[in-house]
Ligand binder design. Sequence first.
Ligand SMILES: *[C@@H]1O[C@H](CO)[C@@H](O)[C@H](O)[C@H]1NC(C)=O
Ligand SMILES: *[C@@H]1O[C@H](CO)[C@@H](O)[C@H](O)[C@H]1NC(C)=O
Ligand SMILES: *[C@@H]1O[C@H](CO)[C@@H](O)[C@H](O)[C@H]1NC(C)=O
Ligand SMILES: *[C@@H]1O[C@H](CO)[C@@H](O)[C@H](O)[C@H]1NC(C)=O
Ligand SMILES: *[C@@H]1O[C@H](CO)[C@@H](O)[C@H](O)[C@H]1NC(C)=O
Length: 293
Amino acid sequence: MGSDTRWHIIYVVIFSFLLNFVHGLQSYDPESLDALLHGYTNNTLSNHPTGTLYKVSLPSNFSGMDVSVVMLRSGSFWARGTNFSVFRIPQRVIPMPYVKRLAIVYDNLGNWSSRYYQLPGYSFVAPVVGFVGYDATNVSSLGKGKLTFRIMGDPISIDYTRIMLQDYNVAFKCVTFSDDGSVEFQNMTMPNECTTTGSGHFSVVIPSPKTPKEDERLWKWWVIGVVAGFVALVLLVLLGITTYKLVRRKKLRNMETESDKGLAFDTMYIGRSKMPYASMTRTQPAIEHEYVP
Ligand SMILES: *[C@@H]1O[C@H](CO)[C@@H](O)[C@H](O)[C@H]1NC(C)=O
Ligand SMILES: *[C@@H]1O[C@H](CO)[C@@H](O)[C@H](O)[C@H]1NC(C)=O
Ligand SMILES: *[C@@H]1O[C@H](CO)[C@@H](O)[C@H](O)[C@H]1NC(C)=O
Ligand SMILES: *[C@@H]1O[C@H](CO)[C@@H](O)[C@H](O)[C@H]1NC(C)=O
Ligand SMILES: *[C@@H]1O[C@H](CO)[C@@H](O)[C@H](O)[C@H]1NC(C)=O
């Protein structure tokens, strides 16, 4: 029974490893990126003046991404709003829950955009940009949870003028990736401008025609599928073999206990009738013992 459980655990581990492997090829997790950027921002927060935007230095394996942070007092944030990065947050926006001071972390994922966010059937014509608010009441560290924003006046606007590809003759769509994982499309409110009523990640897309690149990607998936299928087959065969071995071992064990019982019976029988019994070598010493006076 212990051996059964052990094999069961091994198969579960192998299978979840495979699933993670396939998932890892597909995309990176935006949630974990947020946590990571939060960490880098937090570690470089102290001794920066309120109201000034400064760049967060990321390790070289994130080059191509752009992250910056600003600390603001809630009072002035409410009264004046902010205009940093591509986001214009108007006045009369309330961070929730109430905090004395907040930090807004802006990111531009640059060439990493399509690694973290995929939209089948669409192409990005701007990098994915985002912002998130944290409690910065303690000037030397960020609060753990994200703040949400309640809009009492105008919505927050995103100006894509300087970061958007312009040579397209198709209808642009604003896209919003909310922190809860939902995706929402909207029309542009003004040329090169989208709006939002909360934090999250944003971009501009156009419907994508099927390109050779996509065929290539499909082909890649086909290869991955074949490899995964092969591995699954090998696993199935392994599973079959071990199951067979287990069943056989169990059967052998049953036979052994059966013959043990039989042996005991024979010995008792021989003991009672004092008959010589030579068919089984294992009982021989006992017989010899009985017949040697
Ligand atoms: C993005 O570009 C930088 C160089 O500008 C490069 O080092 C990095 O590997 C690129 N990232 C991706 C995901 O292609
Ligand atoms: C926000 O800042 C940009 C430049 O950083 C400027 O072009 C734009 O007019 C500003 N918008 C407002 C509403 O202040
Ligand atoms: C602020 O954070 C620092 C570092 O995490 C900590 O040592 C300090 O006690 C905190 N101050 C307050 C008022 O929470
Ligand atoms: C932020 O960094 C400080 C040390 O600089 C650390 O004590 C604190 O736990 C960090 N906070 C979070 C939410 O990671
Ligand atoms: C968005 O724009 C398209 C044309 O560009 C129009 O047909 C559609 O009705 C618009 N949607 C909304 C919700 O305004």
